[in-house]
Write a protein that binds this ligand. Structure first.
Ligand code: C2E
Ligand code: CA
Ligand code: CA
Ligand code: CA
Length: 273
């Protein structure tokens, strides 16, 4: 047992070392990628269930590096948040979204775009300016832009006045805030009262168990009812089957997003009806 323990310690520290150097490498390559604007954006459509049509898309960052290969957002974002490069990623995504939304709008087929944001971007106290600049640059109407914040973000933001102030200013401009990953932290009635949240996105972990188990179904039903009582639009993400879609419709969900509807795709592949 002793020896096994010792072996574990060695391999653990090797794993740590490996993780560290991977992080450092991601950081180094990311600086280059941002410099050369090598990141790309994929858009995942959302269907509004009252019309059956795509009414919004979520912008998701993609990075294919020559050395590292595909670096998924779940690896990329934490490194970027820690290093501060999330500010540049955030700006890049905002600009891309505004450019694309303005283009669709000019072509007579307006479509809302939501971007994911990190709390660190708001801690800069620069977010309002950053968003307005991106909108102005492409002449994009503010109501076409939505910003997704996670439940974790919301929990932290409820005690940070400067973040609440920025969110209220942006809402006043016409920007909609979506509460992402709803149900994964703990739903706080405090932030519901303090933050200008217009839409809820039920986390995909609840949708995954929707048909097999009774509890997720009850929870999802409760979340939809909660949204209705608060006048908040409810989106379900991670919808992978027709059965899930049908049940969500029956439960009164407002919109759905997930592989069953579409994978995230390039802007040119979005089929606007
Ligand atoms: P998220 O905001 O919850 O985004 C949804 C994730 O679920 C996306 O993963 C999407 O590709 C995936 N997804 C969509 N439909 C389905 C489905 O039906 N089944 C399953 N299993 N997955 C589905 P992705 O693109 O890998 O992004 C992962 C996370 O990284 C995002 O989670 C978000 O938190 C973060 N992220 C992505 N892009 C950005 C960005 O530009 N800025 C920031 N701050 N975070 C980002
Ligand atoms: Ca999201
Ligand atoms: Ca989510
Ligand atoms: Ca998530």
């Amino acid at each position: 047992v002793q020896q096994e323990g010792g072996g574990n310690i060695v391999s653990l520290s090797q794993a740590n070392h490996k993780a560290l150097s991977k992080k450092a490498l991601i950081e180094k390559r990311l600086i280059e990628a941002l410099h050369h604007k090598d990141l790309t954006v994929m858009y995942q459509p959302q269907i509004d269930l009252s019309t059956g049509k795509i009414d919004a898309v979520e912008a998701l960052v993609r990075w294919e590096d020559a050395v590292l290969g595909t670096v998924p957002p779940n690896e990329l974002i934490p490194v970027a948040e820690e290093s501060g490069m999330i500010h540049d990623i955030g700006s890049f995504m905002l600009e891309k979204a505004c450019e694309q939304a303005a283009l669709w709008s000019r072509n007579g087929k307006p479509m809302k775009i939501s971007v994911n944001s990190s709390i660190r971007e708001f801690r800069d106290n620069n977010m309002v300016k950053k968003v307005r600049q991106a909108l102005d640059k492409y002449n994009c109407p503010a109501h076409l832009l939505k910003i997704e914040i996670t439940e974790k973000f919301a929990l932290e933001a409820e005690s940070e006045q400067s973040i609440i102030r920025q969110m209220l200013q942006l809402q006043n401009d016409g920007i909609v805030f979506i509460l992402d990953d709803f149900g994964t932290g703990y739903a706080s009635f405090r932030y519901m009262q303090l933050l200008p949240i217009s839409e809820l996105k039920i986390d995909q972990s609840f949708i995954a168990g929707l048909l097999q188990q009774e509890k997720p179904q009850k929870l999802v039903h409760g979340m939809i009812q909660f949204g209705k009582s608060m006048d908040i639009r409810v989106i379900a993400e991670g919808v992978e089957t027709k059965e899930q879609l049908d049940l969500l419709k029956k439960l009164g969900c407002d919109a759905v997003q997930g592989f069953y509807i579409s994978y995230p795709v390039a802007a040119s592949e979005i089929d606007i009806q």
